[in-house]
Design a protein around this ligand. Structure first.
Ligand code: LAN
Length: 748
């Protein structure tokens, strides 16, 4: 493998490989000249227009498909011609074109792949981990990673938390370090601009805690400048509310390996490059820095969550614990290090070394490497790095997960199942493959010895991405179950009986959802809520909101209820019926209880009020409610109608999520409009006119080939960080137009 980061003369053909949902990009030879040229043209055009949109349009994937190189794709780049009988019906033509184009992007194993990037703080973690563990990237990967970083550098030289964000220290210092580790020299103009931003904002000492962690492992920051990440917390009795296993799973599995590395003050080799970077990041020379003065310091630009004074006192006390000698201290630390490593290894084993997300993936990798650089665990970790890397015309990035395979396939299937039979017939194969993917992705057993590793049950659930990943999620189970039931339903003679998911398996999913319900009637993400809400005062992250416990969410609750609602419709006499009825009833009460006075719901995982609106209405309608019987539903529809733009569209800016107030985007957005229109049709809203205008907007926004334009970023997590859902631009317009077509035919 070459170490050079210089642009290569011979660009490779990149192909997407996949297997049972696992997906990775591979540079292959001999190069397909046409495709290489087309890829380069689309990259150039992205870079030239990057001031217009930060988002990729997944053009690289689309080019691969157009060239018939999406292996095993049944449509093999062939767009179905519009059938004569609908040629004069613009609504039917738009739907047909939409599904026909989208079907060409399906992978042979039945899932849809796409860009799940957005956050800018992830790839630096992988680059630092690979540098420390001496894991080389392929020269073509490096080249694409550098391209990505340069494409997402803001005008002022800095980098944001995500691709649409203003510059902050977290994004800027980490991206700068990444460029340097990838081989960009300190005098490169982009590197200079980034460094200048860091220095103009007080130097990298003001980077938030997670950044301090990364810089420390690399050796360009000192562990004494961190708030303590005390691993001994893992030795406390679980009965205590501050036991870390009570935290939201993403929070605890990130702080787990961080605390392990902190506990052993792990630092990579101090190479010449590392020593150079030490002198580039601060206003003072490295040796003269008073590290303890940086502890708890956060650059103003970065602060999203103000940390309460009480928290500062706690970190002060823990710092004393770190610095003062007392008997058994060494023994205690060793016990804590052993315990945290065992939990890290448990997480690795149960996820096939993919790990729950991109952050703990690479920190766990570091833990096992520092433990033993030659262990089989290290090899397995290395093999799974590529699962997180995605290539698009803006370059190569680390994704927010190992993909959103199941989630997108479940939505695509539901969207397809609303399409009238007349239009759906040519896509039999597409549906059956999607069903296949859903079937093989259901989790069939619990994690071995699950209580030892603080894991909830998994049997019967669906994960967000792949079976190999396997972490169960309440709403993915709801969506997976609803999609499977629809595909297998009667008008669905689509899936032969022999291939169907058995009733036992479907019931396991329903039972899983029932067991996932919280006492407040709602559903959280991966687990039941385990800790008290006041734990949020201990949120040390500065940049992320609501990370400490797993709360009940409107969206998760709605998907869970929809799954149960569909199950009840399909098997009304099933023994779970009484439990399901009770569960849905308290679920509806939960959703009503989080509705704001104005009829809206704050959405936590998509942008934002429109996203939550769609989920809530979908759940209400699948359990049999309508605006005539539910005041909550009527108020919600009125709220959304009050936000429609003059051209019939809806468009919500990501600032809605950040500020928690409905914020219009500059232009109408196809995804926002899709959510609003799907839901209004599901609610069978009595006034057809606003719906007609929305449908017209979607039809007019469609591109010639059946695609829709990729606009603003539309996913979010922890209030402040955005994430791309690239398939939504196809799925929701198709779904909305089909619902609208059904609505028109029912009401005429
Ligand atoms: C996701 C992706 C999926 C998402 C839904 C299923 C859509 C949601 O309804 C529930 C929450 C969940 C599972 C979710 C939680 C937070 C995740 C895992 C992510 C947004 C993907 C990336 C993000 C993760 C936390 C990113 C790493 C950053 C940290 C702060 C640890």
């Amino acid at each position: 493998m070459s170490e050079s980061a210089e642009p290569q003369e011979h660009l490779p053909t990149w192909l997407l490989r996949y297997q049972r949902g696992r997906q990775w990009w591979e540079p292959t030879t001999p190069a397909n000249k046409d495709l290489v040229d087309a890829m380069e043209t689309t990259r150039r055009s992205y870079t030239a227009n990057r001031h217009k949109t930060a988002h990729s349009s997944d053009r690289i994937l689309r080019l691969v498909a157009e060239h018939g190189l999406l292996e095993g794709n049944p449509k093999n780049s062939k767009i179905e011609p519009v059938p004569d009988r609908v040629a004069n019906d613009p609504l039917a033509v738009a739907i047909h074109k939409g599904i026909s184009y989208f079907a060409t992007l399906q992978c042979g194993d039945g899932h849809w792949a796409g860009d799940y990037g957005g956050p800018m703080f992830l790839m630096p973690g992988m680059i630092i981990a690979c540098y420390v563990t001496k894991t080389p990237f392929h020269a073509s990967q490096k080249q694409e990673m550098i391209r990505y970083l340069r494409n997402h550098q803001n005008h002022d030289g800095g980098f944001g938390l995500h691709i649409e964000h203003k510059s902050i220290m977290f994004g800027t210092a980490l991206s700068y370090v990444s460029m340097r580790l990838l081989g960009v020299g300190p005098d490169h103009p982009d590197a200079m601009r980034a460094r200048q931003w860091v220095l103009d904002h007080g130097g990298a000492g003001g980077i938030p805690g997670w950044g301090k962690f990364w810089l420390s492992v690399l050796g360009v920051y000192e562990w004494s400048g961190l708030d303590p990440l005390t691993p001994e917390f893992w030795l406390l009795p679980y009965a205590l509310p501050v036991h870390p296993a009570r935290f939201w799973c993403h929070c605890r599995v990130v702080y787990l390996p961080m605390s392990h590395l902190y506990g052993r003050r792990a630092v990579g080799e101090l190479t010449d490059l590392v020593k150079d970077i030490r002198e580039e990041l601060y206003l003072e020379s490295y040796d003269q820095i008073q590290w303890s003065s940086f502890r708890g310091k956060c650059c103003e630009e970065d602060v999203y969550v103000q940390r309460p004074y009480l928290q500062r006192l706690l970190w002060g006390a823990l710092t004393i614990f770190e610095n003062v000698w007392f008997p058994f201290k060494k023994t205690l630390r060793q016990l804590a290090l052993d315990e945290t490593l065992e939990l890290v290894k448990g997480e690795d084993r149960s996820t096939n070394h993919i790990d729950i997300g991109p952050v703990n993936k690479v920190i766990n990798f570091l833990c096992v490497w520092f433990d033993n650089p030659n262990s089989p665990d290290v090899t397995k970790h290395r093999d799974r790095l590529k699962d997180y890397l995605w290539l698009a015309e803006d370059g190569m990035k680390m994704q927010g997960y190992n993909g959103s395979q199941l989630w997108d396939t479940a939505f695509a299937s539901q969207a397809f199942m609303t399409v009238g039979r007349d239009l759906l017939e040519p896509f039999r194969d597409t549906l059956s493959r999607a069903h296949d993917y859903i079937r093989i992705t259901q989790v069939k057993e619990d994690v071995p010895n699950r209580k030892r590793y603080y894991r909830h049950e998994s049997k019967g659930a669906w994960p967000f991405s792949t079976r190999d990943h396997g972490w169960p999620i309440a709403d993915c189970t709801g969506e997976g179950l609803a999609a499977a039931l629809l595909l297998q339903s009667e008008h669905g003679t689509w899936i032969p009986k022999t291939e169907q998911i058995s009733l036992d398996r479907l019931a396991e999913a329903a039972e899983m959802i029932l067991n996932y319900q919280n006492d407040d009637g709602g559903w959280a993400t991966y687990e039941l809520t385990r800790g008290p809400a006041w734990l949020e005062y201990l949120n040390p992250s500065e940049v992320f909101g609501d990370i400490m416990i797993d709360y009940s969410y409107v969206e998760c609750s709605s998907s869970a209820m929809k799954g149960l609602g569909e199950f009840r419709k399909a098997y009304p006499d099933h023994p779970l019926r009484t439990r399901i009825d009770k569960s849905i009833e308290s679920g509806v009460r939960f959703i009503e209880s989080c509705q704001r006075e104005d009829g809206s719901w704050y959405g936590s995982w998509g942008v934002c009020f429109l996203y939550a609106f769609w989920f809530a209405i979908d759940a209400y309608s699948s359990v049999g409610l309508s605006p005539a019987t539910s005041i909550s539903m009527r108020k919600a529809c009125e709220f959304v109608l009050s936000k429609q733009k003059a051209d019939g569209s809806w468009g919500e800016s990501y600032l809605s999520s950040e500020k928690q107030v409905y914020t219009q985007s500059d232009h109408g957005l196809v995804v926002s409009t899709g959510w609003a229109l799907v839901a209004l049709c599901m609610a069978t809203w009595h006034d057809r006119q606003p719906l007609e205008k929305a449908a017209q907007f979607l039809i007019q926004s469609q591109e010639q080939n059946g695609d829709w334009p990729q606009q603003n970023i539309c996913g979010v997590f922890n209030k402040n960080c955005m994430i791309s859902y690239s398939q939504y631009r196809n799925i929701f317009p198709i779904w909305a137009l089909s619902e609208y077509r059904n609505y028109c035919s029912e009401s005429s």
